[in-house]
Design a protein around this ligand. Structure first.
Ligand SMILES: C[S@@+](CC[C@H](N)C(=O)[O-])C[C@H]1O[C@@H](n2cnc3c(N)ncnc32)[C@H](O)[C@@H]1O
Length: 227
């Protein structure tokens, strides 16, 4: 089980989830994050892994081709109602992502997902997502994390997140290194109006020439993980 229950169950309602999002400043953050980190260009294909009610689509350029994927029927129904025909929404468990034949994605975004998955599922998801990217495409993840530098309050807040697999910053990075390659990883602490620490990673799928260089006979390539 990747999610705490109790009061967190209230968030199963898409309306409560959205109100909560507004309350903690997540919408304002998402708008900025879309502009500064996702940077989707005209015609880009964006995959929103664990899309919830599809808030991200509000902030993407109209020309973006968008696919949202989440196992919550309630969230996906809300996303479909809200966005109409704009975007495609798939309701299934992320363990089945590879079965949908999605491909050539320019940017895959997983906001608040890895900390809902145990190490095996998180690794499988990172690999499956990497395979869906076009060469040169980017995966961006954001998750609450633990870190030695954080305050007692930051640690306490992160410990009671809805997701039950909040990890140390370095553990997220290690998972990404093993599944895709070394990400650009940053610890963020000023996003929301409550104590928090967030691990943000960006990893690119190797461009075509580099993919050729990692055929089995060349596995000992000199630069396996570009910074
Ligand atoms: C913290 S919410 C983030 C939602 C959205 N990315 C956002 O920023 O609003 C985590 C989401 O992951 C979804 N999720 C968790 N585990 C999942 C799984 N195994 N398969 C599909 N979706 C999952 C939940 O339904 C939920 O919508």
């Amino acid at each position: 089980m990747g999610e705490r229950r109790g009061l967190w169950l209230l968030l199963s309602s898409s309306l409560v989830y959205e109100a909560f999002h507004h309350l903690i400043g997540a919408r304002a953050w998402l708008r900025r994050f879309t502009r500064e980190a996702i940077r989707a260009g005209a015609g880009d294909r964006v995959l929103d892994v664990g899309c919830g009610p599809g808030a991200l689509l509000h902030y993407l350029p109209k020309s973006t081709s968008y696919i949202g994927f989440d196992r919550s029927k309630v969230y996906i129904e809300r996303a479909r109602r809200m966005h109409g025909g704009r975007g495609e929404f798939i309701c299934d468990d992320l363990a089945n992502l590879a079965a949908y034949g999605i491909h050539s994605v320019d940017v895959a975004v997983a906001i608040g997902i890895l900390h809902h998955l145990d190490d095996r599922l998180a690794s499988d998801l990172l690999r499956a997502t990497a395979n869906i990217l076009r060469p040169g495409g980017r995966l961006i993840t954001v998750d609450p994390c633990f870190d030695e530098s954080q305050s007692f309050l930051q640690r306490a807040f992160m410990s009671y997140d809805r997701g039950t697999y909040v990890r140390p910053f370095g553990r997220y990075v290690a998972l990404c290194c093993a599944a895709i390659g070394r990400p650009r990883a940053t610890l963020k602490q000023g996003y929301f109006p409550f104590p928090h620490s967030v691990c943000m990673m960006e990893a690119a799928r190797a461009p075509v020439q580099d993919l050729a260089a990692v055929r089995p006979r060349n596995l000992r390539a000199p630069h396996p993980a570009a910074p």
